[in-house]
Design a protein around this ligand. Structure first.
Ligand code: NAI
Ligand code: AKB
Length: 349
């Protein structure tokens, strides 16, 4: 065990294997080194961070997963495990966390998403590009495994709309997309020089628990909350705007399974993953099984609509499926059912 572990500010806890679903079957094959793993999650107060911390703490032990952000956590989050203030723009502080806490893996979630990034491109470049430079440099220097998600937003209007493959024309039109292509390429560059860098291009993530952070796909979360409260939703995309989507449990499971997969068995460093594709009107059709009287107006926001129209409608994730066994559990009807059960448990079919 390294000195940094022995003198770490956290007491080291060995976990029992608390295993869930398919990911757990894989983790049964994890070795002792895996059991000693310590993970830092950046941007942990966002849509994906707290869910990821929950899954990883179940697998690797509470104290071995450190959630961080620049935001003040709720009491509930503080009570769940270690939490640190960490600004990804401060490389010295990042390095001190890695050393003092004996970090082996970084899950880098800090980012400004597509819609909010267009409102403040300078800030988006700072967090998404400068922040990633710090993360990749620190991860490389300390020989960590780095997972940093990419997005369908890395594609652009010249990419194939249907069955968009891993390797194709990118040329995104948003600062978010540009920063993510930069992230993918720089991570792959560092991986040629020894860094264990991994990235998944996620579609829009749909989850009930946390407010999404300002993306173009956020309508597919907002609609559930709004209809449960008022029976009505005003959608910022046109009704036929089809986009790839994934339920949050599938998204986080994909990330953990991919991170745990042996490095030498991966044939590439960045993979598409997807679970379903639908338009707002197709989502409404599915939701009407639960809310037959729900009403939806379409008031497209020009900026968000043009972002959505620049993205692929359907991703091809065949390589993730064949290389490391990716398979989603949730299609649109299962996703809608579970979202409504969580957000509006009193609704009836
Ligand atoms: N949620 C989605 O639909 C998708 C997300 N992704 C990617 O997954 C990752 C996580 O996304 P979300 O959780 O949805 O994002 P989010 O916007 O909900 O959360 C991002 C977090 O980053 C934090 N942050 C901002 N500036 C920071 C800084 N200087 N230092 C440290 N933290 C900072 C924010 O406080 C926020 O809590 C991002 O890289 C995003 O691009 C990719 C595709 C889809
Ligand atoms: C697909 C994403 O990356 C995100 N949800 C966004 O809409 O910006």
């Amino acid at each position: 065990m390294s000195l940094s572990r022995l003198f770490s500010p956290l007491s080291f806890s060995r976990r029992g294997l608390c295993l869930v679903g398919k990911a757990s079957q894989r983790s049964a094959s994890t070795n002792d080194a895996d059991n000693n793993r310590r993970v830092l999650i950046t941007g942990g107060m966002g849509q994906l961070g707290t869910g990821m911390a929950k899954i990883m703490r179940n697998k690797y032990g509470n104290d071995n997963v450190i959630l961080s952000d620049i935001k003040k956590p709720t009491q509930e989050i503080l009570s769940q495990g270690p939490y640190l203030y960490a600004d990804v723009l401060d490389i010295k502080h990042l390095n001190s966390i890695v050393v003092n806490y004996g970090i082996d893996w970084v899950v880098h979630f800090s980012a400004l998403l597509s819609a909010v990034g267009e409102l403040n491109p300078r800030k988006a470049l700072e967090v998404n590009v400068d922040g990633f430079h710090n993360i990749v440099e620190s991860s490389s220097f300390h020989k960590l495994r780095l997972f940093s998600p990419s997005t369908i937003g890395a594609f652009g209007p010249d990419s194939p709309k249907v069955l968009c493959p891993d390797l194709t024309i990118m040329r995104p039109r948003t600062v978010y997309g540009v920063s993510k292509v930069h992230m993918e390429l720089l991570g792959e560059y560092y991986s040629q020089h020894g860094l264990d860098f991994r990235s998944l291009r996620f579609p829009g993530v749909i989850g009930a628990d946390t407010e999404p952070g300002g993306g173009t796909t956020d309508y597919a979360v907002h609609i559930f909350h709004s209809v449960a409260k008022t029976g009505h939703y005003s959608c910022f995309l046109k009704k036929d705007t089809r986009l790839p989507m994934i339920y949050i449990d599938d998204c986080l499971r994909a990330a953990v399974e991919f991170m745990e997969f042996p490095s030498e068995a991966l044939t590439q460093r960045t993979y598409n993953v997807t679970a379903m594709s639908f338009s707002p009107e197709e989502l409404v059709e599915e939701m009407k099984r639960y809310y037959p009287k729900m009403r939806v107006d379409y008031e497209p926001d020009e900026r968000k609509q043009s972002i959505a129209e620049s993205w692929p409608q359907v991703l091809d994730d065949i390589r993730a499926r064949s290389d490391w066994g990716w398979k989603p559990d949730y299609d649109i009807s299962r996703m809608v059912k579970v979202m409504i059960e969580k957000i509006d448990p009193n609704s009836t079919l």
